[in-house]
Design a protein around this ligand. Structure first.
Ligand code: CO
Length: 487
């Protein structure tokens, strides 16, 4: 554990990193014992952290081609407010999960290349994709929703995590309509803002705003020229902002059963990235262009007069996995690095400037929720242990955007970091007043820990560390609700 910026050449072993991709087959339900809580659990931390991610890395003994194809598993940490923490995990019982578990073998192909056994004839022209509900989970208006960007949400029982079925947001979503996995909560209106995208040769983008009761209060749909691979967006009081990555989809290898659609994306290095500014009042989209990059996630955005500032994690190229390769054998040095950039959009001139904020490899950003869409100073993000080059996330980086000061807490060499979630102090006043909650895979003990850091002093390391009895495979996204669910 160190707070200085480290200089070792290699901070991890491939074997240790691979251990975090171990399926958790059991569904468990237990109070975390005092003996498994290291440090001091903050007395004021009350509510539930819910997380989603692939729980199974194989189906019936057939390994997945890519972890993003794994069935969604919800993990819930309920902080009772009396010093006790309860853990529970449940699989989202999607149609595909139930069918495959009953059959004991893969019945569907995966977006990222997982094929059914049986080779060409079993896979060619089978374009059914399994809804895996594995990307995010949110609690809104008394409903717990598991999100996956290509389809409608699955509704879960907030207490037991039992799957209740597909949810159409009170009749608003047409059957099968996509509702993305990256909603953003607007602290000004209190609305949850999200989008759904259908794409092919052209694209249809629908915006949704839900009030705190979970009722859809606004939708508008826009036509966008061309193919659009869009995972996330940034929000300001005026705009929803999308980066249309310069990728082209060649569907032929997918139709022939040779690759998943996620493997048919080709980065067009000579094309521009298009920035779509979608006015939240439903009026026409404004488009700006800039030199190409690839973005999954945005940190935050805000407006200063005629300038929109967006901070995002950008890759020089699409970080594809070679078709047919085993993701566990990935050579980190051979894939593009995800780095933090600031983009300045000049709305008067129609120009874009960009600046690299740190060369360190990083992903899974978060900020204080009251500062979403607002001028802000501090961000927190999963980061590599080493200051340069590509490597797995092993640390949490805090960046002061005003002074450039960086704070780092690293779990290297044997710890591997997930997405930090910012939870404000109940009586907090300032932007740094909160905790960061993140899962760490501890290769030394073959288990996952939930670490709790004080956001004011990230370099000090966790104030508490909760040891689980098992591994939670590397996950995707999660959220926190002040409701104490399930206990
Ligand atoms: Co994401």
């Amino acid at each position: 554990m160190t707070s200085t910026l480290p200089s070792q050449q290699t901070a991890f072993t491939q074997e240790d990193w691979q251990g975090g991709y171990t399926s958790l087959r059991e569904e468990v339900d237990y109070w975390i014992s005092d003996a498994d809580i290291e440090g001091q659990l903050p007395a004021a931390l009350r509510g539930t952290l819910v997380r989603n991610g692939p729980g199974l890395l194989e189906v019936g003994g057939h390994p997945l081609q890519h972890p993003f194809d794994g069935d969604g598993m919800i993990a819930a940490f309920s902080f009772a407010g009396d010093g006790r923490v309860h853990f529970r995990n449940r699989y989202v019982r999607t149609e595909g999960y139930l069918a495959e578990q009953a059959a004991g073998r893969p019945l569907y192909r995966g977006v990222f290349g997982t094929n059914k056994p049986g080779g060409f004839f079993a896979n060619a022209f089978d374009v059914r994709l399994k809804h895996i509900a594995n990307t995010n989970v949110i609690y809104i208006g008394g409903k717990l929703l598991a999100l996956w960007e290509a389809a409608s949400p699955y509704k879960l029982d907030p207490d037991t995590l039992d799957t209740l079925g597909l949810d159409n947001l009170g009749g608003v979503l047409p059957e099968g309509a996509p509702f993305s996995a990256h909603p953003r909560l607007d602290p000004v209106s209190g609305n949850l803002v999200n989008f759904g995208i259908r794409t092919g040769l052209s694209t249809s983008l629908t915006m949704y705003e839900l009030n705190p009761a979970g009722e859809v209060v606004k939708t508008h749909t826009h036509a966008v020229p061309g193919f659009a691979f869009v995972h996330d967006f940034a929000l300001t009081p005026e705009y929803a902002i999308f980066f249309q990555n310069p990728v082209f989809l060649n569907p032929i290898p997918f139709l022939l059963g040779l690759r998943g659609p996620g493997e048919c994306l080709k980065f067009m290095a000579r094309q521009k990235t298009r920035i779509l500014l979608v006015p939240r009042d439903g009026s026409a989209i404004r488009t700006l262009e800039m030199d190409p990059c690839f973005v999954f996630h945005h940190v935050n955005a805000f407006q200063e007069g005629q300038t929109v500032v967006i901070d995002s994690i950008a890759y020089e190229d699409f970080p594809s996995v070679e078709p047919g390769s085993n993701f566990r054998e990935i050579d980190f040095n051979s894939v593009p690095v995800s780095q933090l950039w600031r983009f300045r959009l000049d709305l008067a001139q129609g120009t874009v400037q960009r600046e690299l904020l740190t060369p360190r490899a990083c992903e899974f950003p978060t900020v204080h929720p009251d500062y979403v869409g607002q001028p802000y100073r501090h961000l927190y993000i999963g980061a590599a242990h080493q200051p340069e080059g590509n490597a797995p996330l092993q640390a949490i980086l805090k960046l002061d955007l005003e002074t450039g000061e960086q704070q780092l807490w690293s779990a290297a060499p044997r710890g591997f970091m997930g997405e930090p979630v910012f939870v404000p102090f109940p009586d907090g006043q300032g932007e740094e007043d909160g905790w960061l909650l993140s899962l760490v895979y501890d290769a030394a003990h073959q288990r996952s820990d939930l670490v709790i850091l004080d956001a004011r002093d990230v370099a000090a390391g966790p104030v508490a560390r909760l040891h689980l009895k098992h591994i939670i495979p590397y996950g995707l996204h999660g959220s926190f609700t002040e409701q104490v669910l399930g206990v």
